[in-house]
Design a protein around this ligand. Structure first.
Ligand code: HEC
Ligand code: HEC
Length: 436
């Protein structure tokens, strides 16, 4: 991969006028973030080269999320309403204190602002945003779920997160007439008896829970699994509604696409940052397309505090997704013969994937500090400085992503890149959810 050091930002000289975002001197407004003008104090225009402009315009607008054929309720508004209720339901947790929204807080763009999430215990990783998450093909940093709904059972049962279980969740619904009628009006009657279900039971749990699970009739276990799969589908229908609204970057792209100069939307620093992002710094190679993610797994070697990284990322994730009884090929999938089922069955489990994590989207990234799968980078400046120097990067010989080379950015370029990243945030649907 070519990592040329050519400077593509042309300051003060306009190249081919068709290719250039001509920022005229008509508007000699001061250049700050609240009043972006595209013209800096000295009146020097930033022009973008053709490749940068093309890539940038291809990164907007964000289309609708792709369909989710394994979830026939994905677009069902009744299911989404029920899913919203479940999302804020702390009775799903072992001690009634944790809901999905504990770690995915609406006002924090559905993250928690923590390095590592905290539920009943300390989670292993940093909580990613759920806004626009329906665009992912693989879920979680390691892609161990192949749909949003398949993922839901994991936090419910993870002792460090919600510490609940599928049988207790089913009992909660059976035992609450209002929830039960809400559930049954969407998914049909639950053919299980509250009294006959153990209070707590799940496969692979603690000894007592596992025993209780094994002692349940197979038919009951299947029915409990299908209740929890439906809960996941309802919550996924809700999460599909969490969508970003256009950012200033989108406003710029819309303006430029329709013949405008975009100057009202991005200032010089942001345009210079854009030039780096889609040009010399080659961020777009992985943070590609309108979602700013190629959906793939890469090892960028972020430093591991205290020596070697222990989190194998996609290496383990690729096994987990194949073995997941709730995956696209499983009995609870609504498209067991579909494309995703084939993809999931064919996932390779090889050592190349050791330490690789899914490329995160960068939409709204300014709102979701700290960063990376382990939350180890407190702000965007630290992230960009890391890409600039690759200082402390873990070199796992051939596992290391070969496209990454130190960019050796000037301090002002670091600022520009950060400014551009911050222009990718706008408001989003769901922000007010959960408020009384
Ligand atoms: C204790 C904190 C915590 C709770 C509670 C929690 N999550 Fe998460 N969530 C996380 C963390 C951490 C991750 C990343 C896990 C990983 O990659 O290993 C995550 C990942 C996700 C993802 C994947 C997003 C992506 O970008 O791939 C979805 C979807 C999700 N959670 C939904 C939920 C739902 C639904 C619930 C409630 C049933 C829930 N979460 C409860 C912390 C939490
Ligand atoms: C080789 C692919 C690749 C390239 C090139 C790349 N990234 Fe990343 N980026 C990733 C991956 C993978 C992660 C997550 C790594 C992890 O958590 O271990 C990431 C994480 C990030 C994050 C943190 C996001 C979050 O929500 O935690 C930011 C910000 C970011 N990259 C910006 C950039 C910028 C700016 C550039 C260009 C200088 C760039 N990336 C180049 C793959 C890449």
């Amino acid at each position: 991969m070519n990592r040329g050091r050519r400077h593509r930002i042309v300051i003060g000289s306009l190249l081919d006028p068709r290719l250039v975002i001509a920022v005229t001197m008509l508007a000699m407004v001061s250049c700050d973030r609240t009043n972006p003008s595209g013209v800096d104090a000295g009146g020097v225009a930033v022009s973008l080269d053709a490749d940068v402009r093309r890539r940038a315009l291809a990164a907007s607008p964000l289309p609708e999320p792709p369909p989710s054929p394994t979830n026939r309720w994905a677009e069902d508004s009744g299911a989404a309403d029920f899913g919203r209720r479940m999302f804020f339901e702390s009775r799903l947790s072992g001690d009634g204190s944790v809901s999905c929204a504990t770690c995915h807080q609406p006002e924090r763009r559905f993250t928690d602002g923590l390095r590592l999430s905290k539920g009943l215990g300390a989670a292993k990783r940093h909580a990613p945003t759920l806004v626009d998450a329906a665009h992912h093909r693989w879920f979680n940093w390691d892609g161990r779920s192949d749909s949003m709904w398949a993922h839901a059972v994991r936090p419910i049962e993870n002792p460090l997160e919600m510490g609940g279980d599928r049988t207790a969740a089913t009992r909660m619904i059976l035992g609450d007439p209002d929830l039960r009628s809400g559930y049954e009006s969407i998914f049909g009657p639950i053919d299980l008896d509250f009294e006959e279900l153990p209070e707590r039971a799940r496969p692979h749990g603690g000894a007592a829970e596992s025993e209780a699970w094994k002692s349940m009739p197979v038919g009951d276990r299947e029915r409990v699994d299908s209740v929890v799969a439906n809960l996941g589908k309802a919550m996924a229908a809700y999460q599909r509604t969490l969508r970003s609204e256009p950012s200033r970057f989108d406003a710029w792209a819309a303006d430029v696409s329709s013949g405008g100069d975009g100057a009202a939307h991005l200032n010089d620093a942001e345009l210079r940052g854009m030039s780096l992002f889609f040009g010399r710094a080659e961020c777009w190679e992985c943070h590609s397309g309108a979602f700013f993610s190629d959906g793939e797994f890469h090892n960028i070697g972020i430093p591991a505090p205290g020596g070697l990284p222990r989190d194998s990322g996609r290496y383990e994730g690729s096994l987990l997704v194949r073995e997941d009884p709730f995956n696209a090929a499983g009995r609870h999938s609504d498209a067991p013969d579909g494309v995703q089922a084939v993809l999931s069955a064919g996932v390779k489990h090889d050592s190349e994937a050791w330490g690789a994590f899914r490329t995160p989207s960068l939409r709204g990234v300014g709102d979701t500090a700290p960063y990376m799968h382990d939350g180890s980078m407190p702000d965007l400046e630290s992230v960009v400085r890391f890409y600039s120097t690759l200082e402390g990067a873990i070199q796992l010989d051939h596992h290391q992503e070969s496209v990454l080379k130190p960019l050796m950015l000037e301090p002002s370029e670091v600022e520009d890149l950060v400014a551009f990243l911050e222009s990718l945030s706008g408001s989003y649907a769901g922000r007010e959810d959960g408020k009384p």
